[in-house]
Ligand binder design. Structure first.
Ligand code: ADP
Length: 487
């Protein structure tokens, strides 16, 4: 019962059996109710009657004796298995009975009832036929055709009335059995065909999955077979492609992280060594050493934090602490914190604020979002460029746009920049202050999504990039989010 084939077979068999049972029950009911079951026996009796009466007439004409006539009746009865009764037409009295053991001679044959709906073509007009209850109570089916040559005598040919079960056995059991066998063979054939069409592609899928388990990520299967298996194959192929991409991204990531951690570590080791062995002699040099160590350590800390955050988001250990947030004030604060940096880089940093209702959010996480976006814009925009921050409304959402006139992002990379560890043209676009790890935008997207919002990007290579963050406004009477209790 474990294989698909045996399951299919068993279910087919169940359906076949159930169908046969229903049909058999219907036929049996029909045989019980309808008097049609009597027709074949009556027809047989009428044939025997015709043949036998001809023989009798023949014997009569040849001047046969009464004994010879009796013998003829007895042999006919024995050969055909019918009971022959000879009766007086006037009195209905039985004057001869072929059954010598249970002799009805002297009894009357009366009350022959014609079954409704049964007609026997090819029989004479005065034929008497139907059911008849014998003197001992047994049920019989009798047939008699008057013959002018016999004068006052009527010859009845009778058989025990066939039961519905007998009729069913004689006429329906065989065809039903044949139908059952034919259906069974068809079921086996179908089960084999269906199993093959499913098992083939599934086997291929299993092999491909095995290949992936062994680290061969180029596995693809050709979708074939039934629709459902087709879909599994399609899903498998996209999963395999995804696994391959993720695998490549992980590899890149390890390479990048190692490189990015090594750069500050080298600087820290070098400068601290210089401090230790006295190579940095003057106070100016010592200060430079300390500053460099401080900056590089910060850079490492930032990166490790990013990694930890993403790991937390990925493992589901991340929860928001939402409260009513004045988005305009929050973004403005971030903007202010970047002003010195922008000035140092000779980038014009602008802010344009429209009144925005409060939103429900986690302020620390939102600061993180705008830190990343504004930080990126400043990072990738060359000196002399411009970065603009705009805050406004878009329907039921608050909207913050960070637009720069930096190098832009090529179209084919645009859809990938939110992927973890993804960086445009890895060597070049590391951001001039070397802050990039490819994690910033992945974090931005996760955090914005956790707030029920979305982040969009549009970019034109050579002209600049714009990131738009949309966050839902939860409106209360005082402009504060209705569903969050201020803390
Ligand atoms: P990174 O830490 O490298 O900045 P992010 O996830 O923040 O990583 O960004 C992914 C990539 O998207 C960056 O490496 C950069 O190539 C590109 N990018 C992000 N912001 C901008 C921007 N304002 N202008 C041009 N390229 C950008």
């Amino acid at each position: 019962m474990r294989t698909l084939r045996s399951r299919l077979l068993v279910s087919y068999l169940a359906v076949i059996l159930a169908t046969l049972l229903v049909v058999a029950a219907a036929l049996f009911a029909f045989a019980t109710i309808s008097s049609i079951r009597l027709t074949p026996a009556l027809q047989q009796l009428s044939t025997i009657s015709r043949v036998n009466q001809n023989e009798i007439v023949e014997l009569w004409r040849l001047g046969g004796s009464g004994d010879e006539l009796q013998t003829l009746l007895l042999t006919t009865a024995e050969q055909t298995g019918v009971r022959i009764l000879v009766a007086d037409t006037q009195t209905s009295e039985i004057i001869f009975d072929s059954d010598q053991t249970d002799d009805w001679v002297g009894d009357r044959i009366a009350g022959v009832t014609r079954p409704p709906g049964v007609s026997l073509p090819n029989t004479g007009r005065g034929s008497v036929f139907g059911t008849f209850t014998g003197p001992n109570g047994s049920k019989w089916l009798v047939f008699s055709e008057p013959n002018p040559e016999f004068g006052r005598v009527l010859i009845f040919y009778g058989v025990v009335e066939p039961t519905a079960a007998e009729f069913f056995n004689d006429y329906f059991s065989r065809p039903l059995a044949y139908a059952g066998v034919a259906a069974f063979m068809l079921a086996v054939l179908l089960a084999i065909l269906i199993t093959r069409s499913v098992a083939g592609p599934l086997g291929q899928l299993a092999e491909a999955a095995e290949g992936i388990a062994q680290g061969n990520y180029d596995q693809r299967v050709e979708p074939r077979g039934p629709e459902e298996v087709h879909r599994v194959a399609d899903s498998f192929n996209s999963m395999a492609a995804q696994v391959k991409t993720t695998q490549a991204a992980q590899r890149d990531f390890v390479a990048n992280v190692s490189h990015d951690l090594k750069t500050p570590l080298t600087a820290i080791t070098g400068w601290s060594q210089a401090l230790l062995d006295g190579a940095a002699e003057t106070p100016g040099e010592r200060r430079l050493a300390a500053e460099t160590i401080h900056t590089e350590a910060n850079r490492m800390a930032r990166m490790v934090n990013d990694l930890l955050d993403l790991a937390r988001i990925e493992s589901g250990q991340f929860t928001l602490a939402p409260k009513p947030v004045d988005l305009a004030a929050l973004v403005e604060e971030v903007y202010r914190s970047f002003l010195p940096h922008a000035e140092a880089k000779d980038i014009e940093l602008g802010l344009e604020v429209a009144a925005v209702p409060f939103i429900a959010g986690d302020p620390d996480r939102l600061v993180r979002v705008f830190n990343n976006l504004i930080g990126n814009a400043l990072s990738y925009t060359p000196p002399g460029g411009r970065v603009e921050i705009m805050i406004g409304n878009a329907g039921s959402q608050a909207e913050v746009t960070v637009r720069d006139n930096g190098p832009g992002i090529p179209d084919e990379e645009l859809s990938r920049i939110f992927e973890r560890f993804y960086r445009v043209e890895k060597s070049r676009a590391r951001g001039e202050d070397g802050r990039g790890s490819g994690l910033g935008l992945a974090i931005v997207r996760e955090l914005v999504a956790a707030h029920g919002g979305q982040v969009l990007v549009s970019s034109e290579p050579g002209r600049g990039t714009a990131f738009v963050v949309r966050l839902p406004i939860a409106s209360g009477a005082d402009g504060s989010p209705a569903h969050i209790r201020p803390t």
